[in-house]
Design a binder for this molecule. Structure first.
Ligand code: ADP
Ligand code: MG
Length: 705
């Protein structure tokens, strides 16, 4: 998908003599994983999800450059962009502060200076005095007359005709040049696969441009003197594509729901003895919210329409017990339940906590993660297949092909936004659809909710269990370590424990682990009287479990950790959370980390260590955390400070990504889009499926459309 594309450096020459001097705006890199080198541009494009004609057609330009006209140098306007053609009269490399390449270009009307800072030898080799050069770029007044910095240039020895259309500039990617993309997209445009799928009358009533016309206008806009008219037309073209994408998304959601209804689930009414025993064994009573939510879940489970419910509640609100009750209900109804968590350490925590709740009641709980002894794994798989394992807790390992449940009645997905939509759907493959319960501490933004939730039921735990005291948050400059050490000593002297999180973003896991290892040595030296444990992502599952067990059993006083402790860890005796370099983190992460303390009755503290100088933006963000303990409020502020799109994008929600539509801007269309989706599904299901597939390839396979 093009959203994951990394841009090639703007100055890196593309194949052929074209360069892109402006550097197209980079879409945000999502996965960031460096893929291995592939040999051809087509293979490299495929790695970004650009395979079919439609993938290329929907790879839309960021902007256009006008290469259709050449103007005399004397007619260039400083501040505007323009294209000229002339003879190279002089080439120089100067070293002022940096190495620069200076080229003087002359036509019949005057002279222009072209300037490059940091250039490739391949560029310099092409620029030889006497050659004819076409140069396009932003014009500015310089010390030596008008100049262009990093223009796009092309050697035009002989006659090179001017293009008839504006030139699109695409979101590009490592190893796939603009030129290659242009040619490939032009091929797709000419392949004639642009039939519109919206019924003509409907299209007209919505005042939407024809799909093929919209795509042609964006990929191959006509050159013309009237830029304003073209701009208006292109806006209409974008509008059509945004509508199309929203329509495809609604269709996908509707098809998913239709499939679930069609397949049906096994009703899980339960005899109530196991759930009652579980409730009786708890050292506390459910809060009113927990009771309400459990009632909603139980009602869903009792029916044959597969549950598709999102359980939202802030960190520490007590979602786990609701999940355990749901699992118990499935089990007392004669089915199996599965609980999938995004990380091994979180899955392990769930396993230990839920096993502690259910095993005394005679439930067989199994554990399945990626790594582990092969013989043990095989034994677990056999237990799952025979139905002997009544509840299975694990990571992504649960959705591997080798895992065959005897009768999976309920799938629970924790921190569901960390899974892709396909991973969540995979858990429901099988003869009948299992009921699905998703847990999330991350509030869903309103506009996403409007589209996404048309397919989801939502339960909310709004209040924390009683007796909790809000965590006190302190902002401390990073150099005041002695204050932090004193705070740790004090907590430990009072019989409590502390986390010290030393997260490093922008670095990889390994470096993060090294930092944690260094940190633990420092901490041991500074606090020789305390027992300091270590937890990071590079440790083996057994080491992680040992570190967590030691901390939970108070064999260690301080746990130095990376962000692996971010989600789900539950040690109520821990009352101090210290976070280093707090300004580097998203508010959601900080709120999650802070949520690791304040889980018992004692007053807890979260110390945010920040590095100075702190930007105004960073200060404003940390203040939000200082002032609020409410995850929903924090999410709202985060949205305001960072703008939509950045925060809680579709990716976080595991939604098929939106490429051109923006729910904030285009949300007003959703009612129309829904009505259109219903109509299309009723009148022309094949076209509906084709529409979904254009935008979300492979979705149909998962949606069973
Ligand atoms: P979440 O997963 O929503 O972050 P947990 O389910 O881990 O929260 O619960 C946080 C803590 O609160 C746990 O220690 C749990 O035992 C405790 N807890 C849950 N429900 C209640 C309740 N009704 N009364 C008191 N404590 C509760
Ligand atoms: Mg939890």
């Amino acid at each position: 998908m093009f959203i994951t594309a990394h841009l090639a450096s703007a100055r890196k020459p593309a194949d052929g003599p074209l360069t892109d001097p402006m550097g197209a705006r980079a879409p945000r890199a999502a996965d960031g994983a460096a893929a291995p080198a592939a040999s051809t541009p087509a293979q490299r494009a495929a790695r970004l999800g650009l395979v079919r004609d439609w993938d290329f057609l929907l790879h839309l330009p960021l902007r256009h450059v006008d290469e259709t006209r050449v103007v005399p140098i004397a007619a260039l306007d400083a501040g505007a962009s323009g294209q000229v053609e002339g003879e190279i009269v002089d080439v120089q490399v100067t070293v002022r502060r940096r190495r620069q390449l200076l080229v003087r270009l002359r036509d019949g009307s005057g002279e222009l200076l072209l300037r490059w800072v940091n250039f490739y030898a391949s560029l310099q080799n092409q620029l030889v005095a006497g050659r004819r050069l076409r140069a396009l770029g932003q014009v500015r007044g310089g010390l030596m007359g008008v100049e262009m910095v990093h223009p796009q240039v092309r050697v035009v020895d002989g006659v090179v005709p001017l293009p008839a259309h504006l030139t699109p500039v695409y979101p590009s990617a490592e190893g796939v040049s603009q030129l290659w993309l242009r040619r490939r997209i032009a091929k797709a445009l000419d392949a004639g696969t642009l039939a519109d799928h919206l019924p003509e009358a409907l299209r007209r009533s919505l005042d939407l441009m024809e799909l093929g016309a919209a795509l042609r206008l964006l990929h191959r806009p006509p050159a013309g003197p009237d830029a304003a008219a073209l701009g208006a037309q292109q806006e209409a073209a974008w509008r059509r594509l945004r509508f199309d994408e929203l329509l495809a998304q609604q269709l996908a959601l509707r098809q998913a729901r239709a499939r679930r209804r069609r397949d049906g689930a096994v009703a899980l009414p339960g005899h109530g003895r196991l759930t009652a025993a579980l409730l009786a064994s708890l050292p506390f009573a459910l809060t009113a919210d927990q009771q309400t939510v459990w009632g909603e879940v139980a009602a869903d489970l009792a029916g044959v329409a597969p549950m598709n419910r999102l359980l939202q509640g802030d960190v520490g609100s007590g979602k786990t017990i609701v999940a355990a009750l749901a699992a118990a209900r499935a089990i007392e109804s004669g089915c199996q339940a599965a609980l999938m968590a995004p990380t091994g350490i979180l899955a392990d925590q769930h396993f230990q906590r839920i096993a502690a709740l259910l095993e005394p009641l005679g439930v067989r709980v199994a554990w399945l993660a990626g790594r582990g002894r092969e013989s043990a794994r095989r034994a677990t798989l056999a237990e799952i297949a025979s139905g002997a394992a009544q509840l299975v807790v694990g990571t992504h390992a649960l959705i591997q092909d080798a895992v065959q449940f005897a009768r999976l009645g309920l799938a629970i997905v924790d921190e569901q936004h960390r899974f892709g939509v396909q991973q969540r759907l995979a858990l429901r493959q099988g003869h009948s659809t299992p009921h699905l319960l998703m847990l999330s501490a991350t509030p869903i933004p309103r506009t996403l909710a409007m589209s996404y939730l048309s397919d989801l039921d939502v339960s909310v735990i709004a209040t924390l269990p009683p007796g909790r005291q809000a965590v006190r948050t302190k902002l401390i400059a990073g150099d005041r370590r002695d204050a932090v050490l004193a705070a740790i000593r004090q907590e430990v002297a009072a019989g409590r424990q502390a986390y010290w999180v030393c997260p490093l973003v922008e670095e990889n896991d390994e470096i993060e682990a090294m930092a944690a290892v260094r940190m633990v040595a420092d901490t041991r030296a500074l606090l020789p009287e305390l027992r300091v444990g270590l937890l990071h992502g590079q440790m083996t599952a057994a080491e992680k479990r040992a570190a967590m067990d030691d901390f939970a059993a108070r064999r260690t006083d301080v746990l130095v950790a990376t962000t692996v402790v971010e989600v789900g860890i539950d040690v109520p005796n821990a009352s101090l959370m210290v976070i280093e370099h707090a300004q580097r983190f998203g508010l959601a992460t900080l709120h999650q980390l802070r949520g690791r303390v304040g889980r018992g009755a004692v007053q807890s503290t979260c110390v945010l260590l920040f590095d100075e100088p702190l930007s105004a933006q960073a200060r404003a963000r940390l203040r939000v955390l200082y002032e609020s303990n409410d995850g929903f409020e924090i999410a709202r502020c985060d949205l305001r400070l960072r703008g939509p799109g950045e925060f809680l994008g579709a990716r976080q929600w595991g939604l098929p990504l939106l490429r051109v539509a923006d729910l904030e801007r285009d949300g007003h269309w959703l009612d129309t889009v829904r009505a259109t989706a219903d109509r299309l599904l009723a009148e022309d299901p094949a076209t509906a499926t084709a529409t979904t597939e254009r935008w979300f390839p492979g979705a149909a396979q998962f949606l069973g459309a």
